[in-house]
Write a protein that binds this ligand. Structure first.
Ligand SMILES: Nc1ncnc2c1ncn2[C@@H]1O[C@H](COP(=O)(O)OP(=O)(O)O)[C@@H](O)[C@H]1O
Ligand SMILES: Cc1cn([C@H]2C[C@H](O)[C@@H](COP(=O)(O)OP(=O)(O)O)O2)c(=O)[nH]c1=O
Length: 228
C-alpha cells in the first residue's frame, strides 16, 4: 500500500511514576487535549490493555505471583506487555492512531529491576523482546513525594466512600517507595532524549498545562492545530 504523502507517524507516549501520582488522571486529560485537536488517539494501561494482559494483571495484583519472586514477576509483566504491544499498541500506531499508555516498560525496570533487585540482563532482554522496537517517543515521568501521593489517594478514598485496594505493590514500606521514586528519576536521567520529568505536586489543571507544554513542544505537528 502506498503511504499517504506527508503523513506524520503516529506517536507513542507513556506515563510513568509511583503510586497515586496522578498518571491516570493526566492520561485522560492528554487524551482529551489531543482529541480536541483532531488527533486519532487511544489510551491504554499496563499491566493490561488486552484481554490476555488483563488476565495477567489480576493474577499479579491479587498477589498470586508474589511468592515466585521479582524475577518471575518481571517475566509475567513482560508476557503481558508482549501481547499488549502485538495486539494493541503496534496495530494502532500502524494505522496512524496515537497511543498513550498509563505505565509501560520503565515500570518493570523501576519496580522489579532497580527496586526489586532483578538482574539488569533479564530486564534488558525482556524489554528488548517485548518492545520489538516499539520504544515510546516520549515518556512523562510524574515525580512527587510518595507520602504526599498516598495522602491524596487516602483522602479521595475517604471522600468517595471507596474501599482501599492494598494492591500487591501498594503495601510496600514508605522507604521502598522513596527508593522507587529515586529509581524512576535515574531512568529519566539515563534516557534524556525520551523522558521528561514533571513535578506532580501541583493541582490537576496546572499539571495538565505543564504536560501539554512538553507534548506540544516535542511534536511540532501539534503546533498551530486549533481546537476542534
Ligand atoms: N494533581 C492532583 N492533585 C490532587 N489530587 C490528584 C491530582 N491528580 C490526581 N489526584 C487524585 O489522586 C488520586 C490518584 O490519582 P490517579 O490519577 O489515579 O493516580 P495514578 O494513576 O498515578 O495512581 C485520585 O484520587 C485522583 O483523583
Ligand atoms: C507495568 C508494571 C506495573 N507494576 C506495578 C505498579 C503498580 O503497583 C501496579 C499497577 O497497578 P495500578 O493500579 O495500575 O497502579 P497505579 O494506579 O499506581 O498506576 O503494578 C510493576 O510492578 N511492574 C510493571 O512492569
Amino acid at each position: 500500500m502506498l503511504e499517504a504523502p506527508n503523513r506524520r507517524p503516529a506517536r507513542f507516549i507513556t506515563f510513568e511514576g509511583g503510586e497515586g501520582v496522578g498518571k491516570s488522571t493526566q492520561v485522560r486529560r492528554l487524551l482529551t487535549n489531543l482529541s480536541q485537536r483532531a488527533i486519532d488517539v487511544v489510551r491504554t494501561r499496563e499491566p493490561g490493555g488486552t484481554p490476555k494482559a488483563e488476565a495477567i494483571r489480576s493474577f499479579i495484583l491479587q498477589g498470586r505471583s508474589e511468592a515466585w519472586g521479582a524475577g518471575a514477576e518481571a517475566v509475567l509483566f513482560a508476557a503481558a506487555r508482549l501481547d499488549h504491544v502485538n495486539e494493541m499498541i503496534a496495530p494502532n500506531l500502524a494505522k496512524g492512531t496515537w497511543v498513550i499508555s498509563d505505565r509501560f516498560c520503565d515500570s518493570t525496570r523501576a519496580y522489579q529491576g532497580l527496586t526489586g533487585g532483578v538482574d539488569d540482563r533479564l530486564i534488558n532482554a525482556l524489554e528488548d523482546l517485548a518492545l520489538d522496537g516499539h520504544t515510546p517517543d516520549l515518556t512523562i515521568v510524574l515525580d512527587m513525594d510518595p507520602l504526599t501521593a498516598f495522602k491524596r489517594v487516602e483522602q479521595r478514598t475517604l471522600e468517595e466512600g471507596l474501599q482501599a485496594t492494598g494492591d500487591r505493590f501498594e503495601k510496600e514500606e514508605i522507604e521502598w517507595h522513596q527508593l522507587l521514586r529515586a529509581n524512576f528519576l535515574d531512568i529519566a536521567r539515563n534516557n534524556p532524549d525520551r523522558c521528561v520529568v514533571v513535578s506532580a505536586e501541583q493541582d490537576e489543571e496546572a499539571l495538565e498545562t505543564a504536560i501539554w507544554t512538553v507534548v506540544s513542544e516535542r511534536f511540532p505537528e501539534l503546533q498551530g492545530r486549533s481546537l476542534a
